[in-house]
Design a protein around this ligand. Structure first.
Ligand code: AGP
Length: 578
C-alpha cells in the first residue's frame, strides 16, 4: 500500500505534494519522494518519514509534479527504493501504488534491451517501459506500457518538457482526480484533494487520463470516455485532528454520532437478502471481528446460519452454497477481501460490499454497496469504522429477524457516550507493565475480546491475544503468570455464570484479572482485581460499550508507552497486497 499524489496548476508543486503526502502517510510511511517538472525533472527521495520542517522543498521550482509515500513490498525501505522512479534518460518520472506481478520477466527483457535499473522495486519497470515506447508521445507510450503490465496499479507520470500534463493510469488500485479552478490533482484518495477542490472524478479500471491545469481527458482502449465529476461528501474539518492529540482519540470520540448514523443507514432489508436461508461474510482484521459479532447476533434470534470467513482463506474452501456473500471492508481496497468477493462472483453468489469509502475498488465488484458513512478514518487502527460496521450489521440482523434489536439499536450510542468518560488509570498501569495480555469473552463477546487484543497489540506493541474463554484452559493456561494480566468481558446474560467461573480459575493461578462488567454487578466487581464498569443495558449496548472501553485501554496504554499512535510501525491503513 502506498499513497500517490500529483499536482498541476499555478502553485509551487513541491509544497502541495509534500502537504498532500503528509495526509496520505496513513497508507504507508517508510520512505517518500517527489518529482517536480521545472526546467528539468527535480527529484527528491528519502528513506523515513517526511520531516516536520522541510525547507529543501523551496528549491524545487515548477508547478507540476508527482509524489509518493511508500509501504515497502519489493525492496527494503531506502532512498534508492523510494519513488519516484526514473527512466534511463532521467526525463520520465513515475510514482506507483500496487504490485506489478510480472515485473521480473519485464525487468529481464528491459535489461537485455540495455535499460539500467537503480532499485529493487517492481515499480521501476514502468518508467523504463514507457521510455521504450516513447516514440509516439507520452499518452500512447503509457497506453502501450499498461498493456504489458499484470497486477494492480495506480500510477502517475510526468515527462521533462512534456506538454504541461500528468498522465495517470489505474487498474485495481484507487485513483481520484480533483478538478479545481485552473489546477488539477490526482491522488490515492480524496483526503489531500479537499484543500483545493470538492469536485472529484473516480477513475475506472483500465482508464488512462491526461491531466492538464484546465481539465482531464480520460481514455479506455485508446477511445475517449466521459467520467462525471461528483462532490466529496467529507469536509476539510472531517480530516483534521480537531484539537485531539491523535486521530485515533478523535475517531474514538466521534463514535456516539457514528453509531447513531450507522444504525439508520438501512431503512429496509435489501432485495438481495429477501428470504435468505444463509449468509457468508468475508473480511480481514477488525472488519472480520465485526462480521463475527454479526454472526452471533443474527444466529441467536433469526436461525439464519452465517459463515464468517477470513477473506484471505476464503478461496481455499470448497465452493459455498449460492448464498449471498457480504464483504466488510472499511477501506474498500483490501486485496484479500476484494479477491474473496471476486471468487464469490465466480460462484454466481449475489454480492454486497459494506464499506466506508465511496468509489473504492470493492464498490466496483459488488452487486450492491452499503456505505458506512463513518467519515474519513485516518488512524491506522480501526475504531469508528468498526463501530459503524457493527451498527450497520446489527441493523441488518434486526431487519432479518423482524425487528428483534430495534429499540436497543436506537439508544446504543448513549452507552458509548457513557464509557468515553470512564477513568481506569490503574488498568492502564497494569497493561503497560505487562509481558503479554490475554483477552477473553464468550458468545458475541468473544469477537469483542479478539478486537480488544488486536487494538492493543497494533498500537502498544505489547503481545496480546484474544480467546474464546472456554479455550483458554486448552493450552494458553500454561502461559499465565503475574505479568500476563487477563482482560475478561463479562456482562450479564447466557455467558455470565461460566465466565464468572473462568475468572476465578485464572485468579487461582495468581494472574490478575481486569473485568468489564455492568456497573450494578457487585459480585463480578468483587472477584475482579480491577473492575471497569459499563452502563446498564442489553447485549447491543454491552457490545458497543465494551468495544469502546477496550479501544480506550489500548489507546491510553500506547500513549503511556510513548508509542506512535496513528501510524504504528510496519502497518498501513489499507492492505492492497494479498
Ligand atoms: C484494524 O485496526 C486494522 N488496522 C486492520 O485489522 C483492518 O481492520 C484490516 O486491515 C481490514 O481493513 P479493511 O476494513 O479496510 O478491509
Amino acid at each position: 500500500v502506498c499513497g500517490i499524489i500529483g499536482y498541476i496548476g499555478s502553485r509551487p508543486a513541491a509544497s502541495v505534494l509534500i502537504e498532500g503526502l503528509r495526509q496520505l502517510e496513513y497508507r504507508g510511511y517508510d520512505s517518500f519522494g517527489i518529482a517536480v517538472n521545472g526546467q528539468k525533472i527535480g527529484l527528491l527521495k528519502r528513506n523515513g518519514r517526511i520531516p516536520e520542517d522541510f525547507p529543501e522543498i523551496n528549491s524545487f521550482l515548477g508547478t507540476a509534479g508527482i509524489g509518493h509515500t511508500r509501504w515497502a513490498t519489493h525492496g527494503i525501505p531506502s532512498d534508492r527504493n523510494a519513488h519516484p522512479h526514473l527512466d534511463c534518460s532521467g526525463r520520465i518520472a513515475v510514482v506507483h501504488n500496487g504490485i506489478i506481478e510480472n515485473y521480473l520477466s519485464l525487468k529481464k527483457e528491459l535489461e537485455q534491451g540495455g535499460h539500467c535499473f537503480q532499485s529493487e522495486t517492481d515499480s521501476e519497470v514502468i518508467p523504463h517501459l514507457i521510455e521504450e515506447y516513447s516514440g509516439k508521445g507520452l499518452l500512447e507510450a503509457v497506453r502501450r506500457a499498461t498493456g504489458r503490465l499484470t497486477g494492480s496499479y495506480a500510477f502517475l507520470v510526468i515527462e521533462e518538457g512534456g506538454r504541461g500534463r500528468i498522465i495517470a493510469a489505474k487498474k485495481s488500485s484507487p485513483l481520484v482526480i480533483g478538478c479545481g479552478d485552473g489546477e488539477m490533482l490526482a491522488a490515492s484518495d480524496a483526503t489531500p484533494i479537499l484543500d483545493y477542490t470538492e469536485r472529484v472524478i473516480y477513475l475506472e479500471d483500465d482508464d488512462i487520463a491526461s491531466i492538464s491545469p484546465d481539465g482531464v481527458e480520460v481514455f479506455q482502449n485508446g477511445c475517449r470516455v466521459e467520467r462525471p465529476a461528483s462532490l466529496i461528501e467529507w469536509s476539510r474539518e472531517d480530516v483534521k485532528r480537531g484539537g485531539f492529540p491523535h486521530f485515533m482519540e478523535k475517531e474514538i470520540f466521534e463514535q456516539p454520532e457514528v453509531l447513531a448514523n450507522s444504525v439508520r443507514v438501512l431503512t429496509e432489508l435489501p432485495d438481495i437478502l429477501e428470504g435468505v436461508k444463509g449468509l457468508t461474510l468475508v473480511a480481514c482484521g477488525s472488519s472480520f471481528h465485526a462480521g463475527l459479532i454479526f454472526k452471533y447476533l443474527l444466529e441467536r434470534v433469526a436461525g439464519i446460519p452465517v459463515r464468517c470467513e477470513l477473506a484471505s482463506e476464503f478461496k481455499y474452501h470448497p465452493s459455498p452454497a449460492r448464498d449471498p456473500v457480504i464483504a466488510v471492508t472499511q477501506s474498500g481496497e483490501t486485496a484479500d477481501t476484494n479477491s474473496a468477493l471476486q471468487v464469490a462472483r465466480s460462484y454466481n453468489c449475489p454480492t454486497i460490499a459494506i464499506t466506508n469509502v465511496l468509489g473504492s475498488s470493492v464498490t466496483r465488484i459488488a452487486d450492491m454497496v452499503i456505505f458506512l458513512k463513518a467519515g474519513p478514518e485516518i488512524s491506522v487502527a480501526a475504531t469508528k469504522s468498526f463501530i459503524a460496521q457493527c451498527g450497520v450489521l446489527a441493523r441488518l440482523a434486526d431487519l432479518l429477524s423482524g425487528g428483534k434489536y430495534r429499540t436497543t439499536l436506537l439508544k446504543a450510542n448513549v452507552a458509548i457516550s457513557d464509557v468515553l468518560r470512564a477513568e481506569f488509570e490503574d488498568a492502564v498501569d497494569l497493561c503497560s507493565g505487562a509481558r503479554s495480555l490475554f483477552y477473553i469473552g464468550r458468545g458475541a463477546f468473544y469477537p469483542v475480546a479478539l478486537e480488544g487484543a488486536l487494538k492493543m497489540k497494533e498500537i502498544s506493541y505489547i503481545h496480546a491475544e484474544g480467546f474464546a474463554a472456554g479455550e483458554i484452559k486448552h493450552g494458553p493456561f500454561a502461559l499465565l503468570s503475574e505479568d500476563t494480566p487477563v482482560i475478561a468481558v463479562c456482562p450479564p446474560g447466557e455467558t455470565y455464570e461460566v465466565m464468572n467461573s473462568n475468572i476465578k480459575e485464572i485468579k487461582a493461578r495468581g494472574t490478575p484479572v481486569i473485568v468489564l462488567g455492568r456497573r450494578s454487578d457487585r459480585e463480578i466487581s468483587r472477584i475482579s482485581d480491577l473492575f471497569i464498569p459499563m452502563p446498564e443495558g442489553d447485549i447491543i449496548t454491552d457490545i458497543m460499550a465494551s468495544t469502546v472501553i477496550l479501544q480506550l485501554l489500548a489507546y491510553r496504554t500506547a500513549v503511556r508507552l510513548g508509542r506512535e499512535i496513528d501510524r504504528p510501525k510496519n502497518l498501513a491503513k489499507c492492505v492492497t497486497v494479498e
